[in-house]
Design a protein. Structure first.
Lengths: 86, 584
């Protein structure tokens, strides 16, 4: 299991107060209870704080599903802190 | 229906003045007297443009000239403005008035709404209103063009609307002439147009501005959309009347960058800001309260909570979170307002924190009596005072006997009787545009029935509930039956077997909409698809993100003795099930 992906998924699940299995890669915002534009902002800020990254608006707005978002965040973590960071 | 008994008169109403300046006269007067004073600071994507009162008048007159051209066969005087955040949004609105026409801001399609569903809903509204012109931005011309042609409306591009002559013929409008239409909640095609006259706008501004200390020296900072009554009045009409300055940003930009509000307050020395309760909570949830604080808020005179229930805990959380930035409790105020009265009915006194009083929760809910209770104890419910009624507003509490199904419709007992809040006065609207039956239903004699439940304690207005099945999400009102109507038409949902309920969410400071829908559809994937379809359908038509869709088996929903599906009973059952699940 990729622990970084799961760490990102945990932040998502905690933000919406749901179980990890409620936010699979294929889930879109409309599949997750309470995911709206306001809570999306809260999520972005939590992800930024948790992984010490800056999330560009393009990723924040364009990720089609949880998997896309996690992949984008992973890439940011790597480019910001190097491959070993988590 | 017999005469309604009333209690708790608060104010007497003044009458409109003849010969008073209307809003357009004010634009000319400000532009003559202080042409270089900034009226509008338009912020967008890190840049801003300033429009002085002189600029505003010139741009509005260009719009007025463009719209004064003869109509292509239309007899309507209404102009709909489908506009995003745009520097010419305000001049366009005022220019419509200068041309002697009646403007109405409309919400516009967002990227996540399915265009065909959005336009399907708005086509019904456009066909009903048959406007004389529609002002819009280029990206929505394609869907609007056939509609405009069908109803004989001119379609005008906002980017080219002010290119012409400044020489707008002056159209004098009587104080009692309709100045604007404000569209209230409701399924788009059935939205009711609240018609307000120039005198109602002026009287509202003259009654409200002194209470909040709004003057030429004031600076309003706002992200509120102008198609919402709170945005229209607090970020345009009232500041314009008194000659204040407004700093405006895009609502969508603010949602993604909440701290931008504080940045603009510091930069432009903001003094007044109106926010729905959720927005206070969103700032608490997203803006760091620690040493990274960069923006000072000392210049603020008032942060006013309005347009959804004002929560005591949210105001406290805001004051605590941002005390280091200069937020003081006395900056935090509460306001009771609605489109049908222009805007404010009452406002807590400026200069002190909106007072909170505690009442016996059970007596409020089960007996309709407001009885003082010990603060911070189980069974005590805090309510934030909305202050005394403005000068010009009479407020009464009407008995709830006609709502026999309500548990708080009682009568006798200790304390103060709770009832429906009714308002009368010079700034209360006269009726809905071309909708006599809705108008008749809204009034009891000359009292506007607000649909809100509350009481007057020592001259101050408290709201404890509502009669209308309205769910207020992020400061916007949605009728439960409108949402249910959409759900009922989804394939897979049993017709008439769904209910939309509002569930308070302490985390967001607002209400969540939860749909309970009966279905025979089985299987995880199929049910997931159905839930997604319901959410998308509601969002595209109402721009409302539903918190959750709960699919239940046929017969799950509880009906009342009269055979209607009961929202309150199903809400109670949903909460009980949810709490049981949470306990494991």
């Amino acid at each position: 299991m990729n622990t970084e992906r799961e760490a990102i998924r945990r932040v998502i699940a905690q933000t919406f107060a749901v179980d990890l299995d409620a936010v699979p890669d294929a889930a879109g915002a409309e599949d997750v209870d309470g995911w709206d534009s306001l809570s999306h902002t809260v999520l972005m800020i939590r992800l930024q704080n948790a992984f010490k990254i800056r999330i560009p608006e393009s990723l924040a707005a364009d990720a089609a599903n949880v998997g896309d978002l996690i992949t984008g965040i992973e890439g940011l973590v790597t480019s910001t802190h190097g491959a070993q960071a988590s | 229906m017999g005469p309604l008994r009333a209690q708790g008169d608060v104010r007497m109403s003044p009458s409109p003045r003849s010969g008073a300046m209307n809003l357009i006269d004010q634009v000319h007067a400000h532009a003559d007297r202080m042409p270089d004073k900034p009226f509008l600071v338009h912020w967008q994507d890190g840049r801003y443009v300033v429009q002085t009162f002189g600029d505003l008048r010139d741009a509005a007159m260009r719009v007025g000239a463009a719209l004064s051209l003869p109509a292509d066969g239309s007899t309507s005087d209404i102009v709909l403005l489908f506009l995003k955040h745009h520097p010419l949004q305000v001049p366009a609105y005022l220019g419509v008035m200068m041309a002697g026409l009646v403007p109405s801001f409309m919400s516009f399609p967002t990227p996540k709404q399915q265009p065909e569903l959005y336009w399907q809903a708005h086509a019904a509204l456009i066909r009903r209103i048959r406007p004389r012109a529609i002002v819009a931005y280029d990206a929505i011309f394609e869907p609007l063009l056939p509609l405009a042609e069908e109803v004989g409306a001119r379609l005008v591009a906002i980017d080219r609307i002010a290119d012409g002559d400044v020489d707008c013929p002056r159209v004098d409008r009587d104080d009692g002439h309709t100045a604007l239409l404000q569209h209230s909640s409701g399924t788009t095609g059935l939205k009711k147009g609240v018609a307000l006259t120039f005198s109602q706008i002026r009287i509202q501004a003259e009654a409200y501005a002194p209470v909040i200390g709004l003057s030429e020296q004031s600076v309003v900072v706002s992200w509120l959309p102008l198609y919402h009554d709170m945005g229209l009045f607090t970020a345009l009409l009232i500041p314009l009347t008194v000659g204040a300055t407004v700093v405006v940003m895009d609502a969508f930009e603010w949602v993604g960058k909440p701290e931008l509000l504080f940045q603009l307050i510091e930069r432009f020395r903001g003094t007044h800001c109106w926010l729905p309760n959720f927005a206070f909570q969103h700032l608490v949830n997203t803006v760091p309260a620690d040493g990274s604080a960069r923006y000072r808020l000392d210049s603020m005179r008032l942060f006013t909570s309005c347009s959804e229930p004002v929560k005591h805990v949210t105001l406290d959380a805001f004051a605590d979170a941002f005390a280091d930035r200069g937020v003081r409790p006395e900056q935090l105020a509460a306001c009771y307002a609605m489109a049908e009265t222009g805007f404010a009915v009452s406002h807590s006194p400026a200069g002190r924190r909106a007072p909170v009083r505690w009442y016996d929760a059970d007596l409020l809910a089960s007996r309709g009596r407001a009885v003082a209770a010990v603060p911070d104890r189980p069974g005590s419910r805090p309510l934030v005072s909305n202050g005394p009624a403005l000068s010009g507003a009479d407020v009464r509490i009407l008995p709830l006997e006609t709502h026999a199904d309500r548990s708080d419709a009682g009568g006798d007992g200790p304390g103060i009787r709770v009832g429906e809040i009714a308002v009368r006065g010079a700034f209360v609207f006269a009726g809905y545009h071309n909708d006599p039956s809705a108008t008749e239903a809204a009034f009891a004699s000359d009292w506007y029935r607000t649909g809100d439940v509350g009481f007057i304690d020592d001259g101050e207005i408290f709201i404890s509930g509502r009669i209308k099945d309205i769910i207020i999400v992020h400061g916007r009102n949605y009728y439960a039956h409108d949402i249910e109507e959409i759900v009922s038409h989804e394939s897979g949902v049993l017709p008439g077997r769904s209910v939309a309920i509002g569930v308070p969410n302490a985390q967001t400071g607002s209400e969540d909409v939860v749909i309970l829908a009966e279905t025979r559809v089985e299987g995880d994937d199929t049910q997931r698809t159905l839930k997604r379809t319901i959410k998308q359908s509601i969002f595209s038509r109402l721009e409302l993100t539903v918190h959750s869709v709960v699919l239940v088996s046929p017969g799950w929903l509880t009906k009342t003795s009269s055979g209607k599906i009961s929202r309150s009973e199903n809400l109670a059952r949903y909460r009980a099930d949810r709490d049981a699940t949470a306990r494991g």
